[in-house]
Design a protein around this ligand. Structure first.
Ligand code: FES
Ligand code: FES
Length: 168
């Protein structure tokens, strides 16, 4: 199989890489050192490898890298840093929603995809959004709480940003 040259923009950084046509996006990202994208099952069952592909959450183990040629990819590491976390990442820390942490990057990506589409999700909608993400540690309660906290904080900061927040 001849390697194929493709371009992936990951967390705002452009990469041109030669990859075999059967290489998954998961493997390509991990080879590029985006190791926050976790390899759990490689068959679409666990959600640990979730990334945003042009804004849509996908399991990167189910996407061939060439299918993402020319796309924008966002991983959990691209959302924020330890010093400047995204509100979803901060809420996961505050709610104790990350224990071993293996599922956390994929959970946060699913939460981001949900809140981008639906800023005020019900508990049922949150459960549905993370239904493809397996967690062995938390029992999901803290994860759901974290996403509810993140939704409140994002909504509050949007109000402040629009000048409608502040003191009553
Ligand atoms: S590694 Fe992709 S869904 Fe499990
Ligand atoms: S925190 Fe361990 S798998 Fe979710």
């Amino acid at each position: 199989m001849q390697p194929k040259m493709i371009t992936l923009t990951v967390n705002g950084r452009k990469h041109q890489v030669a990859l075999n046509p059967d290489e998954t996006l998961l493997n390509a990202l991990r080879q590029l050192n985006y190791t926050d994208v976790k390899n759990g099952c490689e068959k679409g069952d666990c959600g640990a490898c979730a990334v945003l592909l042009n804004g849509k959450a996908v399991n990167s183990c189910l996407v061939l890298a060439w299918q993402a040629d020319g796309s924008e990819i966002l991983t959990n590491a691209g959302l924020g840093t330890m010093d400047n976390p995204h509100p979803i990442q901060e809420a996961f820390a505050d709610a104790g929603a990350a224990q071993c942490g293996y599922c956390t990057p994929g959970m946060i990506i699913s939460a981001k995809a949900l809140l981008d589409q639906n800023p005020h999700p019900s508990e049922e909608e949150i459960r549905e959004a993370i239904s493809g993400n397996l967690c062995r540690c938390t029992g999901y309660a803290q994860i759901i709480t974290a996403i509810q906290i993140a939704a409140e904080r994002i909504a509050a900061s949007a109000l402040v940003g629009s000048g409608q927040g502040g003191k009553q």
